[in-house]
Each structure stands twice: as C-alpha cells, then as structure tokens.
Design a protein around this ligand. Structure first.
Ligand code: 5RP
Length: 232
C-alpha cells in the first residue's frame, strides 16, 4: 500500500533522532508500530541502551516481543522524545488522536516528553481539524448523562447538536486501557481546538479529549513517493 511507504519513510526519518541512553515514549497505531519495529532493529544493531515507555497495552506487548527494555512513566519521569502517530494534524501542529483508543496514555506520555514527534502520512494533513470524528474518553458510570452534557455544550457552541457515537468493538462498547468508554464526535470543522479542548475537559464525566494542542514539536509527513516533509 502507498501509505505504508509514506509511514515507513516518516519512521525512517524519525529513527535518526534516536541516540544512545535515551528514554523514549512509544506511540500507538499502525505508524507507531512501524517506528517501534525499526527502533528495535537499531537498538540491536548499534547496541543502544534505550528505555521505552509505551502508550498502550498493545504497544507494550509489541515492544516486549521485540526485546525493547521498558519502564513505566513514574520510574523514568522525563522522556527525551515521544514518537507517535495522529489521525489529523493542522498547520499549527494541533492534532486529533485517539483513533486507536489510546489517547489518554498518549497525552500523558506526550506531556512528559521534551519533544513530541508526530509521524503521519500526508492523508492526515488538514487545514482545520474535525473531519475525523473527535475521540473523547469518558467515565463509564453515568455515561448517558456525560454524553448528553457534551451534546448540550456543543449544540450551544456549534449551532446544532453533533452526532456522537459510543465506540464499539465486537458489538459491545470499546473499553480503553484505563477502563473507560470512548465517544466519537462528528464535528466537521473545529475552528478553535484549544478552546474546545478546555471546554470539553470541564464537563463532568469527561476524562480527556483527543485534541492535542501546544504539545507536538514537529510532524514528519511521509509522502507516498518515499520523501518526507517536516512541519515545525
Ligand atoms: C491511537 C492514535 C494513533 O496515533 C492514530 O489513530 C493514528 O494511527 P495510525 O498510525 O494507525 O493511522 O491516536 O490512539
């Protein structure tokens, strides 16, 4: 697939930033998986001492399989980098994340890193976030109430109530690694991502949103012809 070439090119560029003794956050999703596999290879080839902090159970399993040394975030504290994918990014480095359901750990790990390097193929580039439904992690208790409060807030601010779906997996609600539900909000165009993030996070029952604002340091955009462009 062309996008595999694009994702792989972005990962190849990012891997060059890895130096010995670094502590690195390991993202979640298909692009992050490509990066983690390449990381395992260079750790072995160059005998680098790297400690990885995974952002999900699935990344943890992959990294363990590949023999990457792992630690939990509390043990390492500050990370040199986190390398992660995104569902959308805009020209100001705002992101939508959470398509893979790992947004909460991803955001905490990203906030713990000196630099968040986003690896994305060019299809993720947008002028305004929002075409990709915004994932929001919510508490399971009273989830219908939380969803109606979110709807009410959005109806007031967007003019009409958006469609909100409770994410499913195998015909039952998807449960995140932190044992929460995820809702997906169909907004179309998010004009003020920073404000929306703050407002949604203030609604009772909301744990965290998939809006990453003022977090990413750069986006490595992988192209289908194998080239990359860096957005800083
Ligand atoms: C997971 C994420 C992923 O980074 C995002 O969904 C992009 O995934 P992919 O690289 O498979 O397109 O936020 O929660």
């Amino acid at each position: 697939m062309n996008s595999d070439i694009a994702k792989s090119s972005a990962a190849d560029f990012a891997i060059k930033l890895v130096k010995k003794n670094m502590k690195i956050g390991l993202g979640t999703g298909s692009t992050a998986r490509i990066f983690v596999k390449k990381l395992a290879k260079i750790i072995k080839t160059n005998s680098l001492e790297i400690i990885g902090v995974p952002t999900s159970n699935s990344t943890m399993e992959l990294a363990k399989e590949l023999g990457i040394e792992l630690a939990n975030l509390n043990e390492v504290g500050k990370l040199d980098f986190v390398f992660d994918g995104a569902d959308e990014f805009d020209p100001h480095l705002n992101l939508i994340k959470g398509g893979g359901g790992a947004l909460l750990q991803e955001k905490i790990v990203a906030k713990s890193a000196k630099e968040m390097i986003v690896l994305a193929d060019e299809s993720k580039q947008v002028n305004f976030l929002g075409k990709f439904p915004l994932p929001v992690e919510i508490i399971r208790f009273g989830s219908d109430k939380t969803i109606s409060l979110v709807k009410e807030y959005l109806a007031d601010h967007f003019g009409k109530a958006p469609t909100i779906t409770l994410r499913q997996k195998n015909e039952t609600p998807f449960i995140s690694d932190e044992s929460h539900f995820i809702i997906d909000i169909f907004l179309g165009k998010i004009k003020e991502p920073k404000r929306l993030n703050v407002q949604l996070n203030s609604i009772v029952g909301v744990v965290e949103t998939g809006l990453f604002t003022d977090i990413a340091s750069s986006v490595v955009i992988g192209k289908n012809d194998g080239s990359v462009e860096i957005l800083k």
